[in-house]
Every structure is written in C-alpha cells, then in structure tokens.
Design a protein around this ligand. Structure first.
Ligand SMILES: Nc1ncnc2c1ncn2[C@@H]1O[C@H](COP(=O)(O)OP(=O)(O)OP(=O)(O)O)[C@@H](O)[C@H]1O
Ligand SMILES: [Mg+2]
Length: 248
C-alpha cells in the first residue's frame, strides 16, 4: 500500500460525510426516454433489441428493470447513459438531449451526470482499487476533495483491506463492489447499475443496495437492472423489458 492509500483509508474512520447537495428538486423529471429503438446487425442477422421503449425517471426515484437474458437491459442502460446511441427515439437527461449530442457532448454528460456500474465491472487493470474509485473524481478535476468520500464508500462496502490492490488480485465480488464505489464517488444525479449484486453474497449485496437506496433518497435517480428479488423489493417501481418495450 502506498502512503496515499494509507492516508485515504485512515480517513475512513472519520465522521460520516453528508452527500453533496445537487441541483434540481426531488420528484422532478431527470430522465425522459421516448420511443427508443436499437437494432444490432443487418439483413437476416439483424436483431431488434429495443423497439419503442419509453421511460421516465424522477430525481429520488429507484427504478428496477427486469427481463430475460438478451432482452436488451444492458443496451437500454448504455443508451440512457450516453455510451451508445439509439437508432431512433429521444433521450433527455437533466435537460440535455443525449440522442443529439456529439462525442464531446456525450463525454461531458457521462462525466458530469452519470455513474455507471457495468455488468462486467470494467475496472482499469493498471490502477489499484482505490485509484479506480477515484478516477471519475480525477476526471472531473475534483480528485483531492473526493478522497474522504471514496474512503467512506470503500469502508461501507467492506473493501478497506483490499482497496490498495490491483483488480487482478481481487475476487469478482470485490471488483463489483469497487465498481459500485466508483459510480457513486462523484454523487452524479443519475446512477445506472447493471446487475450490481450479481456476484455478491447476501451481506455484500445488501450493502450495495443500501447505498443505491440512500442515493435515491438523497435525490439521485437510480435505474437498476437486476434478477435479485432483494433489489426489486427495494425499488419504487419495477419494469419488465419485453419485446423491446418497458412494461410495468
Ligand atoms: N454489439 C452488439 N452487436 C450485436 N449484437 C449485440 C450487441 N450487443 C448486444 N447484442 C445483442 O442484443 C441483445 C440484447 O443484449 P443485452 O446485452 O442488452 O441483453 P441483456 O438483457 O442485458 O441480457 P443479460 O441479462 O444476459 O445481460 C442480445 O441478443 C445480444 O446478443
Ligand atoms: Mg445485460
């Protein structure tokens, strides 16, 4: 462990930090998606994954999305977070028309507005756990201020002992929890989480769900893709992705 890591981790014992205030009124619309369509492949090989999906998510809202494997749940999250573009339809996020932004605009939205927990984690292999967690804050030029917040998240997720290691020396569940901490470190208004409890035991899963529920209660919007009953039970609303659309 480097001196930076021990410094950062020692802050974890300090008083709990209050989540940062965010602009916007709890209950007001944060995400408005209309008529989303997405097809992969061409000709006979074409697969229409989304076909007129609509979704509204308010600040303070915790929405769960379920659906069979291959139904398009990850695709939907990628579109909402500006990681991929719809073939048709509109996505408004915090007043920005995500579907109309150029690459630069999308990068900016991803950094400022979205925290993403990927199904496959996507930790950077050359960075330690805590460096991965702090990366979004560094990219937002807020690295130093974020250190106590990162330490707090790491502690709450039970990772204090292992956060100084490289991802290759971490279990799947440890990597998954680090990916959750990374998504939360900047307190973005929108959290998109793709099966974030998929690799976790009950206790670790509960810690992740608790952080997401608290993020929603403090005015963030959470869209969670899950097969986990404990997760759908915590959600304010549950949708099923079926034949390319979201149904209640
Ligand atoms: N880049 C791509 N190129 C071609 N097909 C793709 C691509 N990405 C996804 N697909 C296909 O689109 C469909 C939806 O994929 P998606 O990953 O959104 O499903 P999912 O609901 O998240 O499934 P799972 O529960 O297994 O994670 C699948 O049939 C998948 O094979
Ligand atoms: Mg998926």
């Amino acid at each position: 462990m480097t001196p930076e890591h021990s410094l950062i981790l020692s802050v974890a014992a300090g008083p709990s930090l209050v989540a940062r205030p965010i602009l916007g009124v709890v209950g007001s619309v944060l995400v408005r998606a209309r008529g989303l369509a997405k097809t992969y492949g061409e000709g006979h090989a074409a697969v229409r994954v989304l076909d007129g999906a609509d979704l509204d998510v308010d600040r303070g809202d915790f929405v769960a999305v379920v659906g069979r494997s291959g139904s398009g749940k990850s695709t939907l999250l990628h579109l909402l977070g500006g990681l991929d573009r719809p073939d048709a339809g509109e996505i408004e996020l915090d007043g920005d028309r995500v579907d109309r932004l150029d690459e630069r605009g999308l990068t900016d939205v991803r950094r400022r507005k979205v925290g993403f927990v990927f199904q496959a984690f996507h930790l950077l292999p050359e960075l330690s756990g805590i460096e991965n967690v702090l990366l979004p804050a560094k990219l937002a030029r807020d690295g130093l201020e974020a250190a106590p917040r990162a330490a707090e998240l790491i502690e709450q997720l039970g990772l204090s002992e292992v956060a100084g290691r490289l991802p290759s020396a971490l279990s799947g569940g440890e990597q998954q929890r680090l990916a959750v901490a990374r998504a939360l470190v900047n307190d973005p208004p929108l959290l998109l989480a793709d099966e974030p409890t998929g690799n976790l035991d009950e206790e670790s899963g509960a810690a992740v769900l608790d952080l997401l529920r608290r993020a929603a209660d403090s005015g963030r919007a959470v869209v969670l893709v899950t097969h986990d009953r404990a997760a759908t039970a915590l959600a304010d609303r549950v949708f099923r992705l079926e034949a390319g659309r979201l149904v209640a």
